[in-house]
Design a protein around this ligand. Structure first.
Ligand SMILES: [Zn+2]
Length: 221
């Protein structure tokens, strides 16, 4: 699902203290994958165009051990996308996806990875999911990304990838809370929107806290 919320009047020149964060462009999140996001494959080439503009480029991977507790298969009588709430998990359970070391968890083969300066893997703890690239879902365990970005002088982060209403949503919120100015490039992301209405709530929450939405064309080469 695509969300059209960008403010078309913004033009942005990329500086050395900007970072591009490419979230979870992995085969399992593409059409045909185990947790497909509609249109996820449509954004890869446009993201590749942006990579050379940034001095700091982070590529993240969802990276789960087998039997991870975010999977419906790890719970009795549960199906993928069933509602589920537990500390560090929810609001839904997922199909098995992004198992560590498998092709499905690798970067999509069309993504230009050579200029990625940091690869960040998340969701590695068996009982805790990690939608955010900054904080795991227990809201305590840091991934270390904030420290990495700050040590490189990063002030503004530009987020793209999958999925808008989960990993991008939680990452953008945490990015603000860690003191970054956060831009979501909304035509370079796609949403899951499960359960229904989740996307709309995510968008309004991000806007309330000060996340800015732009389209790719607002970024000046
Ligand atoms: Zn996951």
């Amino acid at each position: 699902m695509t969300a059209k919320v960008a403010n078309q009047k913004i033009d942005i020149e990329i500086c050395d203290d900007d970072a591009l964060i490419i979230v979870d462009l992995q085969p399992d999140f593409m059409p045909g994958g185990n947790l497909p996001v509609v249109g996820g494959n449509e954004i890869i080439e446009d993201i590749n165009d942006l990579i050379p503009l940034f001095k700091t480029v982070v590529g993240t991977q969802d990276w789960h051990p087998e039997g991870h507790k975010s999977f419906a298969s790890a719970h009795d009588s549960k199906q993928p996308y069933d509602l589920f709430e537990a500390p560090g998990l929810g609001p839904v359970l997922w199909p098995d996806h992004c198992i560590q070391g498998t092709f499905s968890a690798d970067f999509h083969p069309n993504l230009s990875v050579d200029e990625i300066t940091l690869i960040l893997r998340k969701g590695i703890h068996h009982d805790i999911d990690s939608y955010s690239v900054f904080l795991e879902n227990d809201k305590e365990t840091e991934t270390g990304l904030s420290g990495y970005l700050k040590s490189r002088g990063v002030k503004r982060v530009f987020m793209c990838g999958l999925a808008l209403d989960y990993c991008i949503f939680y990452s953008a919120m945490d990015g603000i809370n860690f003191g970054f100015e956060v831009f979501v490039i909304d035509n370079l992301t796609r949403a899951v929107d499960s359960p229904p209405g989740h996307l709309e709530r995510a968008l309004s929450t991000m806007k309330e806290i000060g996340v800015k939405f732009i389209e790719k064309k607002a970024i000046l080469a």
